[in-house]
Design a binder for this molecule. Structure first.
Ligand code: PMP
Length: 401
């Protein structure tokens, strides 16, 4: 399927076409018409709360919602639909795990966190450490931002209780070698969480083959709506989590003296869930499954290679491992502020992101306060990269005047 045809399915891109070049999909992807229509159709034709009413509309809404859960489970090869917990985003999903494990950690227990992690995969563990007296250590990185394997193996000898890893870095686009990192963590008995927020749109994911205890991602970074994210993993590991939120939907019985909680997935889904968003996310799954994923991944990588070469030719510094780049790449014009480049690109209608990308420790490791980040998705074309490189050449000229 050619990319211009893919782009034509995205109303916001078409509305601003051909002027706008959208290279900020790692922040959030645009949404295909099918997703927008599914969300609207739910509100127009079958809006009702789920799991509650005895009436036809509620039954219809419930079956659409549960069908969507099953589609999402199949998409990431989860153990079962019941092991797919609907959350509000990756941040909420990681907090659900970090809070849920509070009773399992004791003073002195060790938590290891990927040195390239997003703040959403750092701060909840810090808070968990504070609550329990556990200790948090970053997994050291090589100069280019990849995990330092010998240093990781050495840290594992200290017997961590939990290891939390990126699947794909939101700054460098590096995919971690999870087939190596997870089995190593398991040999020392650690629980493992994988942050898949930047992976699911770009790589096929099998949660069962990864063998991690917890896998999390957001709908809005994979062509779906905002306000929905997923926590999945091993049933037994999910069952270990104490619910972070309590209330309706997550209980079996309630008495003033004592309440009994429901089983998975309801136990971890207190309150009315984001019903329309879940239905939209299932449409986003269908959209991704309608693509030739291998061809899209190759095209995304070839666009990133083209961008890297163009940037380097202009004298920009590009971070990371060129051989391991998925979805995003980070760069700077040394001596110039990243924000100035972003503004000059915006003036030319090229949308990228500038800043620390919610990854301050990684930025510090790379020796910078911030960077520009260009990120691609299925709807981008090589022409978008040409336009970005032209704009970057103009930005450089303007800054050196
Ligand atoms: N982890 C990674 C790797 C991310 O890129 C992001 C979003 N930038 C998050 C976590 C947080 O996702 P959300 O804001 O959707 O909760």
């Amino acid at each position: 399927m050619a990319e211009p045809f893919i782009k034509s399915q995205f109303p916001a891109l078409m509305e601003h076409s051909p002027e706008l070049i959208y290279l900020d999909s790692a922040a959030t992807t645009q949404k295909p018409a099918a997703v927008l229509e599914a969300v609207q159709a739910f509100y127009l034709h079958s809006n009702a709360n789920v799991h509650r009413g005895a009436h036809a509309l509620s039954i219809k809404a419930t079956s659409a919602y549960e069908r969507a859960r099953a589609q999402i489970a199949q998409f990431v090869d989860a153990e079962s639909p019941e092991s797919v917990i609907i959350c509000y985003g990756t941040t909420h999903a990681i907090n659900t795990v970090a809070h849920g494990l509070t009773h399992q950690l004791s003073p002195g227990d060790i938590i290891l966190v990927d040195g390239a992690a997003h703040h959403a995969n750092i701060v909840p563990w810090q808070q968990l450490a504070k609550r329990t007296g556990a200790e948090l250590y970053p997994i050291p990185l090589l100069k280019n931002g990849s995990i330092d394997l010998p240093a990781y193996q050495a840290l594992l000898q200290r017997g961590p209780k939990l290891v939390s890893l990126n699947h794909v870095s939101n700054v460098l686009g590096h995919a971690n070698p999870l087939d190596v990192l997870i089995p190593l963590a398991k040999t020392v008995g650690a629980l493992t969480l994988v942050d898949g927020a930047q992976a699911v749109a770009h790589l096929p994911v099998s949660v069962r083959s990864l063998g991690c205890d917890y896998y999390v991602f957001s709908g809005h970074k994979m062509y779906g709506p905002t306000g929905v994210g997923i926590l999945t993993g091993k049933r037994q590991s999910l069952e270990q989590l104490e619910p972070m939120m309590s209330g309706g939907e997550m209980i079996k019985t309630v008495r003033f003296e004592h309440s009994e909680f429901a089983g998975l997935p309801n136990r971890l889904e207190a309150g009315t869930p984001p019903i329309a968003q879940v239905i939209g996310l299932a449409k986003a799954v269908e959209f991704i499954q309608s693509l030739d994923r291998q061809a899209v991944a190759e095209m995304e990588q070839s666009m990133l290679r083209k961008a890297r070469a163009g940037l380097q030719q202009l004298g920009y510094f590009v971070y990371g491992d060129p051989g391991n780049c998925h979805g995003a790449l980070a760069f700077n014009l040394l001596g110039e502020h990243h924000q100035d480049i972003g503004t000059l690109l915006d003036q030319q209608q090229v949308a990228i992101r500038c800043g620390y990308h919610c990854a301050m420790p990684l930025m510090e490791h790379l020796g910078t306060k911030g960077s520009c980040r260009l990120s691609v998705a299925a709807y981008n074309t090589p022409n978008d990269i040409d336009r970005a490189i032209e704009a970057l050449a103009i930005a450089k000229d303007m800054l050196s005047e």
